[in-house]
Design a protein around this ligand. Structure first.
Ligand code: ADP
Ligand code: 5GP
Length: 217
């Protein structure tokens, strides 16, 4: 049986509710490990270094790129964001399901490196609601909100590259749906249908086929 955890990627437009959704998912269910990214963006009010992000300078970030310390990294609205390698590898080995809450370029890089990763895109119920949430959060200037909406327009082109779409209308419903979807996917991939769980069967089939071809009984 394969005990390695699943790699789950969550993306979505800024303001769709990814952060809120992740916080509730982790509060409600124990089996998930959320990767904490490194970023050069300034902390928002209430954000704590090492909890929401590892906040760094551009120099520190670029050093870590050179050291090969990231699974992926990307630029988003003028800042670097990246997924540190160590934590993800350790948690997957320990059998945890690791969640990366990252933007679309990073998501595609992860898919190349980990073809088994599950890619989910969180959608707002409407663009009007997205706009309200982004403004209502009160953490960005109007200029930055506009940059993020422009970025959303670009990201919308890549949504088909994801495996699943989940709509974040009512938060509690969305968290439940997300957990159910991940549980089902986990079962399908890791127990029922994955060849790694049929080692003995495959070995026997090979031996029997060889015997048959050789004309042995
Ligand atoms: P993201 O991480 O995708 O940029 P946030 O999690 O910061 O988005 O959410 C943006 C704003 O929308 C926050 O103020 C948050 O409280 C609010 N929000 C998130 N999900 C919901 C929801 N299901 N219903 C109402 N408000 C929500
Ligand atoms: P925010 O500034 O709102 O926290 O994040 C901006 C965007 O960066 C979001 O789309 C978020 O998912 C993405 N992001 C956060 N961490 C990472 C990361 O490690 N890698 C990549 N590629 N994107 C990230």
């Amino acid at each position: 049986m394969n005990h390695k955890g699943l790699l789950i990627v969550i993306s979505g437009f800024s303001g769709a509710g990814k952060g809120t959704l992740m916080k509730k998912l982790l509060e409600d269910y124990e089996q998930y490990a959320l990767s904490i990214s490194m970023t050069t963006r300034a902390p928002r009010e209430g954000e704590v270094d090492g909890r929401e992000y590892f906040f760094s300078t551009r120099e520190q970030f670029e050093d870590k790129i050179k050291q090969g310390g990231f699974i992926e990294h990307a630029q988003y609205c003028g800042n670097y964001y990246g997924t540190p390698k160590d934590y993800v590898e350790k948690q997957l080995e320990a059998g945890k399901d690791v969640i990366l809450e990252i933007e679309i370029q990073g998501a595609m890089k992860v898919k190349e490196q980990f073809p088994d990763a599950i890619l989910l895109f969180v959608m707002p119920p409407s663009i009007a609601v997205l706009h309200q949430r982004l403004v209502g959060r009160g953490t960005e200037t109007e200029e930055v909100i506009n940059q993020r909406l422009q970025r959303a327009e670009e990201e919308a082109v890549g949504i088909e590259g994801y495996d699943y779409i989940i709509i974040n209308d009512d938060l509690d419903t969305c968290v439940k749906e997300l957990h159910e979807l991940l549980t089902k996917t986990h079962e399908a991939i890791q127990t029922q249908y994955n060849p790694v769980n049929y080692e003995k069967l495959i070995e026997n089939i090979r031996t029997e086929l060889t015997s048959l071809v050789k004309g042995e009984k």
